[in-house]
Structures are given as C-alpha cells and as structure tokens.
Write a protein that binds this ligand. Structure first.
Ligand SMILES: [Zn+2]
Length: 204
C-alpha cells in the first residue's frame, strides 16, 4: 500500500474519515487534543505494517494522549488488558500479535518534522501554549499525517507477552483487601505505593 501523506480528501484513519475521527476524539477524550490526532495516524501506520495474525495487543510508551488513540480506534483498552502502557515518555506505540509477540512499532521521527514548524514546536514544547496557533498546528498534523513517523518491526519479550496473566489473589493481612499473590506478603497500598495521606476517618 502506498504511504498515506495525509493529503486533504485522501486521509483515512483506520477506516474513518479525518472528520469522523475528530468527532470520536471529542466524545472520548473531551477535547480535540493534537496528540490524539497525531496518535490516530500512528495507529493507522502500525495497523498497516502489522504482521500476520488475528489478535493484536497494543503497547504505548507514554501515558499522554497515545493510549486514547489506541482505545478509540482498536478493540484494545486498558480495562480489557489488551493495551498496556510502559511510561518511558517516548511518543511511540506497538501493535503486536498476542501469542507470538511479533509486531510493528511506530514512533515520531524528529528529523521528519522539519517541514512542519508548528508541529515541531508543539511536540518539543519550544514555545508557551499561548504563543501556539492551534489552527496552524492542526493543519500541519493533518498535512503531515504518517509522514512524520517511522515504523519498525519488533519482537516482544515472551515474558512480557504473558506477564499480565494473574496467578491468583489473596487477602492482605494489613488492610484486608484482595491483591495479586505475586506482589508479596502485603499489598502495594500497604507498602506505601499509593499517594493517599494517612486516614483520618473510619471506613464504612
Ligand atoms: Zn494491604
């Protein structure tokens, strides 16, 4: 398939028109965030380059925006476990075959951003938000499409591919709530891994 340059009238994002996708972002994400728009092109590119297979899981390398593009355009969600996020802060995602771990990884290629100065300034936070032009930015994202992205074939570690399958749950001796038994003798909450301040009231 020829690369989609995002030319007006020819833009398609996972079978939706560009305008349909913007409406979907609005209802799911709350506002048309540039990162979710760009993310849609990235999901489209990964889908085009996916290996053979029937069932695909997704991995996002940032929490920002990209997971919502995956959740809008694919059956993979955080809740069903088919989308996982490892937040290393790279604006990149992979779609991979759920058993073999073979997949396509799409990332933003900074070098390819030079023809799109507003997009580059937004991506690298080169200027304060009030100096950005949202309209110019959106137009550049639309024109850029997948052309600012790179794609590579990847193989995921089998330990990662199967790691989300829980072995069972036990009741924490400290808080009395159930937690995954592989976590250790007490739950992560009681180990201080959650940001709650010490309780002042009683629990009901
Ligand atoms: Zn506990």
């Amino acid at each position: 398939m020829a690369p989609d340059r995002g030319i007006e009238g020819q833009t398609s994002i996972c079978g939706r028109t560009y305008e349909e996708y913007l409406d979907m972002i609005m209802s799911f994400h709350g506002h048309v965030a540039p990162g979710v728009v760009l993310g849609g092109f990235m999901v489209e590119l990964a889908w085009r380059h996916r290996p053979e297979g029937e069932f695909f899981d997704a991995l996002c390398e940032t929490r920002a925006c990209l997971p919502d593009a995956v959740q809008i355009l694919t059956p993979c969600t955080i809740g069903n476990g088919w989308l996982r996020v490892i937040n290393v802060g790279r604006f990149a995602l992979s779609l991979y075959e759920k058993y073999s771990g073979r997949g396509a990884r799409v990332f933003v290629d900074a070098v390819k951003m030079d023809p799109f100065p507003e997009l580059k300034a937004w991506f690298f936070k080169l200027k304060p938000k009030k100096e950005q032009s949202f309209d110019v930015l959106m137009e550049e994202i639309r024109r850029a499409g997948v052309s600012v992205c790179g794609v590579e074939h990847v193989n995921l570690d089998p330990a990662f591919v199967t790691s989300h399958r829980r072995k069972g749950f036990i009741v924490c001796p400290s808080c009395g709530e159930a937690f995954p038994l592989e976590e250790g003798p007490v739950c992560g909450g009681c180990r201080g891994e959650l940001p709650y301040l010490p309780r002042t009231g009683s629990r009901r």
